[in-house]
Design a binder for this molecule. Structure first.
Ligand SMILES: NC(=O)c1ccc[n+]([C@@H]2O[C@H](COP(=O)([O-])OP(=O)(O)OC[C@H]3O[C@@H](n4cnc5c(N)ncnc54)[C@H](OP(=O)(O)O)[C@@H]3O)[C@@H](O)[C@H]2O)c1
Length: 256
């Protein structure tokens, strides 16, 4: 057969049950589509369904910044899927502030809740089942900006740095149970959230680290599917000897 294999031909996740947070748009929606194409059953979540979730996915409205939100997702996962084999903690986002000292306490807490503690809470609710079945895969969506910690996103990159550090530790704890945990760190990716953040940033500073029009070495910004492909790899058996790692997907832009 000479025709190239389409993603939809690869049903490598058939029989798997997946939860993806933030699947109503951007990177999360692309991840949901990739997992559905690969044969998984998918439940996704966002605060609202203003942007409709990809066809074929189940949806529960929840704010993952709170324990109650995480519990609502876990309950829906039990009800709709009957258990979870794959968890992708993707919901997240940044709001720029001119200086670290201008960031109010509530904003620090909000960024920690959204970009770090949401994953911790959801993992704590959904990985015990994986541990019992001695199989499962968790992916944390972080950011390629973590190593450079570029202002004006100190609270965002600090929260994502904590997420990466925790991700590595959780991987070590869960490895003996056959559960793999990895992170994916996107670079500049064209999504509604990414564009809104960069617009707000542009109003704060005309030129700052990363806030320039130079394309990454590979010549373009990321597409949500670029990130979703990396996630698909990390939740599939193709990466069965890979855990505790952070995969940066950024067109070569960042130094590490
Ligand atoms: N795009 C980039 O350039 C880039 C770069 C590096 C890292 N990332 C990371 O990639 C991930 C996805 O980013 P994106 O650009 O695709 O963002 P996006 O376009 O803003 O989409 C975010 C998704 O998460 C949901 N969400 C946001 N806050 C939530 C909350 N409190 N509870 C539940 N769901 C929530 C949103 O729906 P609702 O608003 O309806 O809740 C939406 O479905 C994030 O973790 C982000 O930090 C993105």
């Amino acid at each position: 057969m000479t025709t190239a294999m389409k993603n939809s031909d690869i049903r490598e996740l058939a029989g798997k049950r997946a939860v993806v947070t933030g699947g109503s748009r951007g990177i999360g929606a692309a991840i949901v589509r990739r997992l559905l194409d690969a044969g998984a059953e998918v439940l996704t979540t966002a605060r609202s369904e203003a942007s409709p979730v990809p066809e074929g996915a189940a949806f529960v409205a929840a704010d993952v910044r709170t324990r109650a939100g995480a519990e609502a997702v876990a309950e829906a996962a039990q009800e709709v899927l009957g258990g979870v084999d794959i968890l992708v903690d993707n919901a997240g986002g940044a709001r720029p502030f001119p200086n670290a000292w201008d960031i109010p306490d509530e904003e620090w807490q909000d960024q920690l809740d959204l970009n770090y503690l949401a994953s911790v809470r959801l993992d704590s609710l959904l990985t015990p089942g994986m541990r019992e079945r001695r199989s499962g895969a968790v992916v944390h969506v972080s950011s390629a900006a973590v190593p450079t910690s570029a202002p004006p996103f100190l609270h965002y990159t600090a929260a994502k740095a904590a997420l990466q550090n925790y991700s590595r530790g959780l991987a070590l704890e869960l490895a003996p149970f056959g559960v793999r945990v990895n992170a994916v760190s996107p670079g500049r990716t064209a999504t509604p959230g990414g564009e809104a953040t960069r617009e707000a940033w542009g109003k704060l500073v005309e030129e700052g680290p990363g806030q320039d029009s130079t394309a990454p070495p590979l010549g373009r910004d990321g597409r949500p599917d670029d990130i979703a492909d990396a996630v698909l790899f990390l939740v599939s058996d193709r990466s069965s000897w890979l855990t505790g790692r952070n995969l940066t997907v950024d067109g070569g832009e960042f130094p590490v």
